[in-house]
Design a protein around this ligand. Structure first.
Ligand SMILES: [Zn+2]
Ligand SMILES: [Zn+2]
Length: 358
């Protein structure tokens, strides 16, 4: 999921030409509103790019949307998942049950799915509480997690059991889609195994002077008005190795090199000028990193204190519990980038850990 502006617009099934449609599938109680599930016609039948949130209304919307495209869910040949988040992968299992379709995902996100499926609710809560204590979360944030663990409440789980994919999306390779030419581009950052899918065929509206090459299904990597959430990868074994924000910035540059004529994202709406949008996001992150480093000049801060001091779409006091957990993960991702760049460092021996500017 991504954090961003509240936007309400009536969205409906859109034919994009050249055997591509988008179906807006609602996400319950979420300001994003919907996931744009894309349908790509192939010689073996329709292939879906993402499936939407696991919810009865979403399922009804998806099946009605397929009918509006002249297809049925039982015809679906395959499901390509841009990343493991539940607003993208939620209904994949149900689509597979209804059609016998394969589900494909990048290996790094398939690994996250495997861990999620195997994790015991209590061990997940232990992991979360310990991780948050280390970064300076106050007692009033940790108490509900401890209470949930003590009561064994499954509701505290971040998600249900996502479907295990059958196939791996291998970056750089052409996908096995009869009659189509589409290549997977690995774009880690928002998740470790996020992929964009580049439909290399000429854009159907390409005139004499249409710039760019083909169309890019960008998932949550590149959205027209939202900067996607970049936190730490949810890996209990990760100590200080990964740098998701660094990965994300590199992945943005990868999109500039592709120079697609049009971007078909998983939220909001299709747009052109991908390089312009990428440059705006690179600027945004550069300014944000510089701003955060400034906050570390006066006194060292824990990741939690930094999250409190950062600018969000509402005051910290109004941010609910679950979103604060996500916010502190975003603060940590920025700290990790600053450390890798040599612009901040952990204060030796501090517990909880504090960071200072260099
Ligand atoms: Zn999303
Ligand atoms: Zn996402």
């Amino acid at each position: 999921m991504a954090r961003g502006t509240r936007r309400t617009q009536v969205a409906r099934v859109t034919e994009h030409g050249g055997g591509v449609w988008s179906i807006p599938v609602p996400i319950p109680d979420n300001p994003l509103g919907y996931t744009l599930v894309h349908l790509l016609d192939t010689d073996r039948g329709p292939v879906l790019i993402d499936t939407g949130w696991d919810d009865p209304t979403a399922w009804d919307t998806l099946t009605a949307g397929l009918a509006a495209c002249g297809a049925s869910v039982s015809d679906v040949h395959g499901v390509l998942v841009t990343h493991h988040h539940p607003d993208h992968h939620g209904l994949s299992g149900q689509v597979r049950e209804a059609s016998g379709a394969w589900i494909a995902m990048h290996a790094a996100d398939a690994e996250v799915v495997r861990r999620t499926r195997e994790a015991e609710p209590t061990s997940w809560l232990d992991y979360l509480a310990e991780k948050l204590a280390v970064v300076g979360a106050p007692e009033d944030h940790l108490a509900p997690l401890r209470a949930a663990r003590a009561s064994g409440r499954a509701a505290a789980l971040p998600r249900g059991r996502p479907a295990q994919p059958d196939r791996e999306i291998v970056p750089g390779e052409l996908l096995d889609l009869p009659g189509r030419r589409m290549r997977a581009i690995w774009t880690p950052g928002h998740t470790p195994g996020h992929v964009c899918l580049h439909l290399e065929e000429t854009h159907p509206a390409a005139g004499e002077d249409a710039p760019g090459h083909g169309r890019l299904f960008s998932g949550d990597h590149l959205l027209p008005e939202i900067s996607p959430h970049i936190g730490l990868y949810e890996d209990p074994d990760d100590a200080t190795v990964t740098d998701p924000l660094g990965d994300y910035l590199d992945s943005l540059e990868r999109v500039i090199a592709l120079d697609p004529a049009e971007v078909l994202p998983a939220h909001q709406y299709a747009f052109t000028d991908a390089p312009g949008r990428v440059r705006a996001l690179l600027r945004h992150h550069e300014e944000r990193l510089a701003g955060l480093r400034t906050l570390l000049v006066d006194r060292p801060l824990t990741p939690w204190q930094l999250a409190e001091a950062m600018e969000w779409n509402r005051p910290w006091a109004q941010i609910p519990h679950g979103s604060r957990t996500i916010a502190v993960s975003e603060a940590e991702a920025h700290l990790r980038r600053l450390v890798k760049l040599g612009r901040a460092e952990a204060v030796p021996g501090s517990n909880p850990v504090r960071y200072q500017a260099i």
